[in-house]
Design a protein around this ligand. Sequence first.
Ligand code: SAM
Ligand code: SF4
Length: 456
Amino acid sequence: MTSARKVHIKSFGCQMNVYDSHRMADTLAPEGFRETPRAEDADLIVLNTCHIREKAEEKVFSELGRMRTLKEAAASVGRRVMIAVAGCVAQAHGREIVRRAPTVDLVVGSQNYHRLPALIARAERGGALVDTEFPIEDKFGVLRPPSRAAIRARGVSAFVTVQEGCDKFCTFCVVPYTRGAEASRPVVKIIEETERLAQAGVREITLIGQNVNAYHGQGPDGRAWPLARLLARIGEVRGIARMRYTTSHPRDMKTGLIAAHRDLPGLMPYLHVPAQSGSDHVLSRMKRRHTRADYLDTITHLRAARPDMAFSSDFIVGFPGESERDFENTLSLIDEVGFAGAFSFKYSARPGTPAAEMPDQIGEDAKSERLYRLQAAIDRNSAAFNARCLGRTLEVLFEKPGRHPGQIVGRSPYLQAVQVMAPQSLIGKIAAVTITEVSSNSLFGSLARAAEAAGD
Ligand code: SAM
Ligand code: SF4
């Protein structure tokens, strides 16, 4: 399989899927597959799917309808197109996907995508294939690393998966079933991957995992290293100027990790730490293992460690049994913390999870009404946070050309997009920018002083 063929990979859901899609592309590249952004041009289409809410799952099946049309159009001119479903829907539904969508040639679970080249070769010989077993081999040990060109094309900020799976079993969540038990990658492997990225020009690393702050990978000394120690080591990699990690569970925000926010200047002062609810009654039924007071206490400690810290969260509205009063406690938590941003979701009953069996499910209208009020509270807090940035000087990592000629755009420490009139030569570099204007989804600013390339 050496002639140039094209693969189109479409990611649904979280950053872990974006990362996995990149690794699939890297693993298919030596097999002669070049990536294409156009599904119409592809010989192989991979849908890397998300199962977290019902809507995410439905999207996959409607997309498969579109892909079937493409496949039939290609077949009518004698061209073969293969369709693969990967990720969490693949893991959860396996062969059922082929029954519902016979156009699918291959179903590959979230832990098996390193086997893609072999599976594609087998599926090409005929018959739909399904591989959703949890493998014994470590997929990270088998996956091909990205080429320098692929790293450059993906930009100056990169994800590195350090941990997968989850043992927490919150009562609403499918992750422990689709991604399996929690497992951390060894430190040495993560550093090798980070060094390769840095050598190709990456300046910012976001460590990712479903429960990233539960990280406990084996260190070079043979002992389990906590996330704080891993971050300190990554901060020593030449060229890496910024570090982030996501997604964190409030219960795993341990003292050492809080101290890392004080001690590591490269660790960005913006943390995604999902609260889910501000009501103890709901938190307990969600089996989150923390109270509202615990959550607020963690925020206080983080702010004491680093006073310019800002926070984002996930919230679920309409969890079974959530009363108006419970919901108001969530609204008051949002104001009390003053989140700079947050994602909000209507509770979606997932088959096989304990909450789906709870008797006091909330109606769709009440969920919609609460979501509307929740989003208004989040927007208000986020606008207030952005407004407080006016006149401040923030370090911006420039990523690409901006919306208008002469502009470039980058990210502030708080992940805000910042548009600046500045030379393109600053892309990939960090410069101090004074914020002069704030709009709903961008900040605008001017260079505060001559750019310095951090880490160069
Ligand atoms: N591990 C993270 C944590 O503990 O907060 C969450 C990971 S999950 C992939 C991302 C978000 O999806 C969750 O924080 C939660 O808000 C939301 N979510 C998960 N299951 C959900 C469900 N059944 N209905 C609605 N939202 C859900
Ligand atoms: Fe899901 Fe996060 Fe709870 Fe794990 S900790 S079960 S990933 S919500």
